[in-house]
Unconditional design. Structure first.
Length: 205
């Protein structure tokens, strides 16, 4: 269970620049890539979101900085109301969020309300050897989930297991270790970008 129910509560106790910071680009695209639990909260999700977005898509990450009591910095996705994040999702048609969970299998759980977006993302990942499944726990189906708050009212949530993220970086648990990305990381980034682009060609106007 989260310690805080809103960003306002979190901001009263946690310090910007010490406990967390916010990283974003200035690209105003129809698709926004987000890591709402980035940095040391859900290891590797900031790096993945940043590299998926590049200069082609909007990018936002809430980055946990400290090395202890990390769960205190976690705002569940349907309570994630940091003002800059809300401004970004309101200016995008579709949102794709990157998350992490503890798991011993190299698996990605796909959720969110956008069936078409999920299809293209899952297809591209499957074609490149990644295991993508649905999960009752990680459905991303709440209407207030940050992935579903773009102007279309539906998006995609990806939950990557720790076992999968471990093969992406030299050391997924540290900022320095995440600077060295391993071959499968680049396969994943390329695959996910292809899925997004294939969806964009047909469904984004």
């Amino acid at each position: 269970m989260d310690k805080y129910r809103s960003f306002a509560e979190l901001a009263k106790q946690e310090k910007m620049g010490v406990d967390y910071y916010i990283e974003e680009n200035q690209c105003q695209s129809s698709i926004l890539i987000m890591a709402p639990h980035g940095g040391n909260i859900e290891f590797g999700t900031t790096e993945i979101a940043r590299d998926v977005a590049k200069e082609d898509y909007g990018y936002y990450s809430f980055v946990g900085l400290r090395e202890e009591k990390l769960r205190n910095l976690h705002l569940t996705s349907h309570n994630f109301d940091e003002p800059r994040a809300l401004a970004r999702v309101r200016s995008a048609q579709s949102v794709l969020t990157i998350h992490g969970f503890k798991g011993e299998q190299q698996v990605i759980y796909i959720g969110g309300l956008d069936k078409h977006f999920k299809y293209f993302v899952a297809k591209a990942l499957h074609e490149n050897g990644f295991t993508v499944r649905r999960s009752i726990k990680y459905k991303g189906s709440h209407v207030n989930n940050i992935c579903n708050r773009g102007t279309k009212g539906m998006g995609v949530q990806l939950e990557l297991s720790s076992a999968l993220r471990n093969i992406f970086f030299q050391d997924v648990r540290t900022f320095k270790g995440r600077e060295l990305k391993l071959p499968q990381y680049y396969v994943f980034i390329k695959s996910l970008r292809k899925g997004i682009k294939d969806f964009e060609k047909i469904h984004i106007k």
